[in-house]
Design a protein around this ligand. Structure first.
Ligand code: URA
Length: 283
């Protein structure tokens, strides 16, 4: 066992280091052993056999692929698996169980909880955010932290609440340290949220923030251009089921509004537009 005794100086240094990590945004440990990411990476083995001899001087080393082939194959298998599991779920309980049993997404290993949904599954309005943050991960519910509290106030301003809307996220597991999810992680969670939307069957879809809007609208356009525009959400266009289109709007993420309060006026416009759409549809 390692000697855990530290001198007063070491204590102060460790406390300073910890404070620095927290200020840099690293607010939790995700592994037991530290990884030295600056350590020299061993040269890859040459792909072309040279009869076991070392490469000839001046011979070209093979180019290292972006992601190992095995990883890409694993990602594809995970996406196929997610699609099959999602398609087989015939109700929300089935879907939650299928997601809880899905081992293909690495985010599951670092998350504390699966964050499935909150609100009223019979609601006509469904909101889809990006991914759980720290508070959501701890409580297992979407939008319960500071940005969730702002979201609740935004909804209340047009007469909505968690009794009248249903809320979920594109990703049900928190990315460590709230980092942006990788394309592979998003791709393997997408079949679940598409099936989730299909099973709830809302009349109006609201994408909260850029990640949700880009994924569900199948575009690379940023949120500042997407927000406030009514579109037809068409899951078939992004690999989901056919025959279930609905009006959808993207809004600025409340976490962004907490950092940029001046943008709340745009969010207010979008909320009023949602209210008008509900009136138009008789909701
Ligand atoms: N941000 C999100 O996009 N979703 C949550 O559930 C919480 C914060």
């Amino acid at each position: 066992m390692s000697d855990l005794s530290t001198s007063a100086d070491e204590h102060t240094e460790l406390a300073d280091l910890l404070r620095w990590f927290v200020e840099a945004g690293a607010d939790e440990a995700i592994g037991d052993e530290p990884i030295d990411r600056l350590a020299a990476v061993p040269e890859p083995e040459p792909r072309v056999s040279n009869g076991g001899k070392p490469p000839l001087p001046g011979a070209k080393q093979p180019i290292r692929p972006q992601a190992p082939q095995a990883e890409l194959a694993d990602d594809k298998a995970a996406i196929d698996d997610a699609r099959a599991l999602a398609a087989a779920a015939s109700n929300l309980d089935d879907l939650r169980n299928a997601m809880a049993g899905f081992a293909g997404c690495p985010l599951k290993a670092t998350a504390k909880n699966l964050v499935f949904a909150d609100g009223n599954p019979q609601a006509k309005i469904m909101l889809v955010g990006e991914a759980p943050g720290r508070d959501e991960d701890i409580q297992g519910l979407p939008f319960v932290g500071r940005s969730g509290q702002l979201l609740d106030r935004m909804l209340a301003s047009i007469g909505l609440s968690r009794e009248t809307v249903y809320i979920s996220n594109v990703l049900p597991w928190r990315p460590p340290g709230n980092r942006t999810p990788t394309p592979a992680e998003t791709a393997m969670c997408l079949p679940f949220i598409l099936r989730h939307i299909e099973l709830v069957g809302p009349k109006v879809l609201v994408c909260i923030g850029g990640v949700s809007a880009k994924e569900l609208f199948g575009t690379k356009t940023g949120i500042t251009r997407l927000r406030g525009q009514w579109k037809d959400f068409d899951p078939a266009a992004i690999g989901g089921p056919a025959g279930q289109t609905m009006p959808a709007i993207a809004m600025l993420h409340p976490a962004y509004l907490l950092r940029q309060p001046a943008q709340k006026r745009l969010a207010w416009r979008d909320l009023l537009s949602l209210k008008d759409k509900m009136a138009e549809l008789g909701l």
